[in-house]
Write a protein that binds this ligand. Structure first.
Ligand code: ATP
Length: 545
């Protein structure tokens, strides 16, 4: 770090530390309405004389409880503020440089080069000690390898995976989830009778067999499939794909889960991965996988005759290149992207209960984030089909050096969204009150002013409508809203898929009593999260999307 900057920071740090108690109590004043409210009632009861005695004792009890809560809150806040991580620190206890531990097998091949590049550019030092880090970037699922570290995470430490992510990224789990945009699949060997019945009724259908670990597929007749092989599934082959220059392609969407319970999911909206099959689809030949399987030796966008000009000469992204091509051919590109967002949202909504269950044994889920890639294929009618969700999608430009830009943007946007790369380098858990407040104060998260000022919400927090009001916010929910706020302002090119974006008109006319079936299926925290974004959207349209 630049020495002058460091010494300026040091001065500021010591002033801030001296002032910690004052600021903590100021903050608590605004957070703990209970003692203020109780004192006021106490005063009024005392002035009523004898008849108020029983009430007086009750109120005194509430008052004492309020003090107890305040003390607990101050303790929690102090804990959050002074928790220090393992990285290098200044004299006043603040961090000089954050540390990332990058973990993955065979790193000498350089497949994580772009991950290192981005971390270095955002000021992280690369850790060499697996016990000393602020961020763990693990290529493999880390919950066994780093079990003791992950079980003892400090609030500011971040891990790039969620426990239980296999409910989404495990092929068998996902394919047999019975979700409308996933091709029909049967688990082997238990669903063999169902498969035989279904294939008997639909003799024209083609089938592929997949497993969690096996890569690559090949179309086979039912009679040639191994229907007794455990851990595999047989999936309907999606024929009649949408072709560009006679080639089948798939679309990869970089998707980030930032929170569960409540759920928040984003996609990188500015860019996607497009991969074409190396050979023309027709004349179709099930023996030739290069015609219908997108593999490692795929053909990139810039080699496709109809796309070259849009992508290279006119310098558009992969996403805009595909959109332009679709519009040029009278197709509705907006609907395609909307369907994709809807599909991603539905996967997370349906799997969130599993993720919550898997994370139960960890101290907090706020330490986790996860970026995956959803791969879709598209048929002639632009219907989408989800092929798989990749846990640690390829970020190596070894095969195509042109992909360096894409991968570094993917990583940078992700790290910004989750608060690892941001202007104020201390995380919300390590920051001092002024530093937190200047980024997101308790005032910034207030919504639905009139509702919150209504007698109903002034009196009680029982009604769902009142639960986002200052008086009713729990410590936990306020922190959730602060984190959601920070994600929104730091999201760069990422856009929310859940809670879903809406227009300001929709937000204003939304009637919770007429909620759609999916809204009704949401748990209370998700409903509140959804409602909060709607409230922000009503106040400022930049929050709608
Ligand atoms: N049911 C299907 N219908 C049509 N095409 C399919 C089907 N399953 C797989 N494919 C094709 O094969 C490609 C690879 O399949 P899949 O993603 O399941 O396996 P993979 O070998 O793990 O691939 P990846 O390189 O994406 O990790 C898909 O992108 C798609 O083009």
């Amino acid at each position: 770090m630049d020495v002058n900057v460091y010494s300026r920071r040091k001065d500021r740090d010591s002033e801030e530390e001296d002032d910690l108690d004052t600021r903590t109590s100021e903050r608590m004043k605004s957070r703990s309405f209970l003692p203020r409210y109780s004192a006021d009632v106490l005063h009024r009861l005392q002035s009523k004389g004898k008849g108020g005695n029983t009430m007086l004792y009750m109120v005194a009890g509430i008052f004492a409880f309020g003090i107890f809560l305040t003390v607990v809150n101050i303790y929690e806040l102090r804990k959050v503020q002074v928790d220090s991580g393992p990285g290098e620190k200044s004299d006043s206890g603040r961090r000089k440089q954050h540390v990332v531990c990058v973990w993955g097998k065979n790193q000498k091949t350089g497949y994580l080069k772009h991950v290192y590049n981005v971390f270095e550019r955002i000021g992280y030092s690369i850790g060499t000690d697996r016990n000393v880090w602020d961020v763990l970037w693990s290529h493999d699922y880390p919950f066994k390898e780093f079990e003791s570290q992950i079980r003892n995470l400090q609030p500011h430490q971040k891990v790039n995976h969620f426990p239980g992510t296999g409910y989404i990224t495990n092929k068998v789990n996902l394919a047999t989830s019975d979700i409308w945009f996933i091709p029909k699949a049967f688990k082997m060997p238990q669903d063999k009778p169902l498969l035989l019945k279904y294939s008997g009724e639909h003799p024209q259908k083609m089938w592929v067999q997949k497993s969690n670990n096996h890569r690559g597929i090949k179309i086979k007749k039912i009679s040639d499939l191994d229907l007794s092989s455990g851990g595999t599934f047989v999936q309907e082959f999606v024929d009649k794909p949408f072709l560009i220059d006679r080639r089948k392609f798939d679309i990869g969407i970089y998707t980030t889960l930032t929170s569960i319970d409540p759920l928040r999911v984003y996609i990188l909206d500015s860019e996607v991965l497009i991969r074409f099959c190396p050979q023309d689809y027709y004349p179709f030949d099930p023996e030739n996988v290069d015609k219908y399987v997108v593999g490692d030796d795929y053909t990139p966008t810039w080699q496709m005759p109809s796309l070259k000009n849009i992508y290279e000469q006119n310098a558009h992204t992969h996403k805009e290149t595909i959109s332009t091509y679709l519009r040029q051919h009278g197709r509705n590109d907006t609907k395609l992207w909307d369907d994709i967002r809807q599909a991603i949202m539905e996967v997370y909504i349906s799997k969130e209960p599993n993720l919550i269950g898997a994370a139960k044994s960890y101290k907090s889920t706020r330490n986790f984030f996860e970026m995956v890639r959803f791969d879709f294929v598209v048929d002639e009618d632009l219907h989408i089909y989800l092929m798989e969700v990749n846990m640690s999608p390829n970020l190596s430009s070894g095969h195509f050096s042109q992909n360096k830009l894409l991968y570094e943007q993917v990583v940078f946007n992700l790290l910004s969204l989750v608060g690892v790369a941001r202007g104020v380098t201390n995380s919300i858990y390590q920051s001092y009150t002024d530093e937190i407040n200047m980024q997101v104060s308790y005032k910034d998260v207030q919504v639905f002013t009139e509702t919150c000022m209504s007698p109903k919400c002034q009196r009680s927090c029982e009604d769902m409508e009142c639960q986002l009001c200052e008086k009713c916010l729990t410590f936990d929910m306020r922190l959730t809203l602060q984190l959601a706020y920070m994600e929104h302002v730091d999201r760069r090119n990422c856009r929310r898929v859940f809670p879903p974006p809406m227009t300001q008109t929709e937000a204003k006319s939304w009637q919770e009593s007429k909620d759609t079936l999916y809204m009704k299926s949401l748990n209370t925290k998700n409903k509140l999260m959804h409602r909060w974004f709607r409230g922000k959207c009503i106040m400022d349209p930049s929050w709608c999307q």
